[in-house]
Design a protein around this ligand. Structure first.
Ligand SMILES: NC(=O)c1ccc[n+]([C@@H]2O[C@H](COP(=O)([O-])OP(=O)(O)OC[C@H]3O[C@@H](n4cnc5c(N)ncnc54)[C@H](O)[C@@H]3O)[C@@H](O)[C@H]2O)c1
Length: 256
């Protein structure tokens, strides 16, 4: 029980990494509000939690809308009665290159990957001050640590999250608020085929995936739960002196 009594908000919580994290945080005693735009997947999460004897509150929100982000954070704090943990996890791959930029996909990636986190983190800080401190985590990526040949916009947003974690860590250390970024390598979720296969056929996607795996020292992609466990550590008091860190959870990919 590493999060007993903690009040937590997780975004992008109905699938993949966020879903594993929501269940894991609840299992460790946190009161969790899971935010996502996919109502059906949220319902399934709530049902699975109930089957495990856990309670997770769910909120259906499209976080690419600024006003909806503000309302979601406010509503979450209302449901929880405070806030100790904010995990800004929702993200999309965004457009491929920036020649002939798909401006709609660009705006969506900026809105969700970046602006939603800025807005919600800002409000979360105020709440955490009232709670006497807290832990904030942003899901960045290996593309927040090194460049991405195929997804520069994604890498821009993920590098920005690392910059935000470091900046907020400096500014809010005195408030007892720790702020860290988690940088997963390729993880087996719904996003993965999209990341490997935008605009190419299945065969090319498999080739991309195999080529990427060949460059991972551990020789495999991550399971979502392996990323969630790292987030659990960052969220918990076990990481009480850890702030401003961009933690790779990548099977060694960024060592090479
Ligand atoms: N899967 C990977 O290989 C990988 C690697 C590094 C980082 N990441 C990051 O991990 C995070 C989680 O991704 P995942 O792999 O679990 O993907 P996923 O597709 O399984 O989950 C993403 C979730 O975000 C939700 N979402 C998307 N747009 C939304 C919006 N506008 N408003 C609210 N919710 C929205 C989706 O409904 C989905 O439930 C993302 O930030 C992603 O960039 C993933």
């Amino acid at each position: 029980m590493r999060l007993q009594g903690k009040l937590a908000v997780i975004t992008g919580a109905a699938s993949g990494i966020g879903r594993s994290g929501s269940l894991l945080f609840a299992e460790h005693g946190a009161h969790v509000v899971a935010i996502d735009r996919d109502q059906q997947a949220l319902d399934a999460l709530k049902t699975e939690a109930a089957m495990q004897g856990l309670t997770i509150e769910v909120l259906q929100v499209d976080l690419s809308n600024a006003q909806a982000c503000r309302q979601a954070l406010q509503q979450s704090v209302g449901l929880l009665g405070g806030l100790h943990i904010f995990w800004g996890n929702a993200g999309v791959v965004g457009p491929a290159g920036i020649e002939q930029l798909d401006e709609k996909a660009y705006a969506s990636a900026m809105d969700l990957n970046l602006t939603a986190n800025v807005l919600m983190a800002g409000m979360a800080i105020t709440q955490m001050k009232h709670s006497g401190g807290g832990s904030m985590i942003f899901t960045s990526s290996i593309s927040g640590l090194v460049g991405s040949r195929k997804s520069p916009v994604y890498a821009i947003t993920k590098h920005a999250l690392v910059g935000m974690a470091r900046s907020l860590a400096i500014a809010h250390g005195p408030d007892g608020i720790r702020v860290n970024a988690i940088c997963p390598g390729l993880t087996e979720t719904a996003m993965l085929p999209h990341a490997m296969g935008r605009g190419v056929d299945t065969e090319a996607m498999e080739r991309n995936r195999a080529a990427h795996i060949a460059s991972i020292p551990m020789g495999r992609v991550a399971d979502a739960i392996e990323i969630a466990k790292a987030a659990l550590w960052l969220a918990s008091d076990d990481a009480s002196y850890v702030t401003g860190v961009a933690l790779p959870v990548d099977g060694g990919f960024t060592c090479a």
